[in-house]
Design a protein around this ligand. Sequence first.
Ligand code: SF4
Ligand code: SF4
Length: 109
Amino acid sequence: MISKVEKRDRSMDKRTTISRPTEGAAGKTGSWRDQKPVLDQKKCKKCLRCWIFCPEGAIVRKEGDAVEIDYEYCKGCGVCMKECPFKAIIMVREGEVYENQEECAKEEP
Ligand code: SF4
Ligand code: SF4
């Protein structure tokens, strides 16, 4: 039997905010960032907590409850990192490229 909660989940949009992020007068909000979240898919348990808490609707819920960060609109606030109970998200300096979290952690002071 499917609970009411499960029914509601299935009908939800892929983003939690009422409206989807769109380009404003100052351009896409991702350009405002100086810190960037990096998600380690190997550590992610698909709990969707980051998706629920991201104030920008910049976490996208994919097939099978996998999540992705939409860097075009992520403002780098760090809420997703703070809310992730599995430490699957870390914040790095914008403009630095990391293959994965392990490499990133090595370079952090
Ligand atoms: S850093 Fe902030 S805006 Fe970017 S994905 Fe995380 S919660 Fe959303
Ligand atoms: S909060 Fe962490 S574990 Fe949960 S879906 Fe987001 S990245 Fe994955």
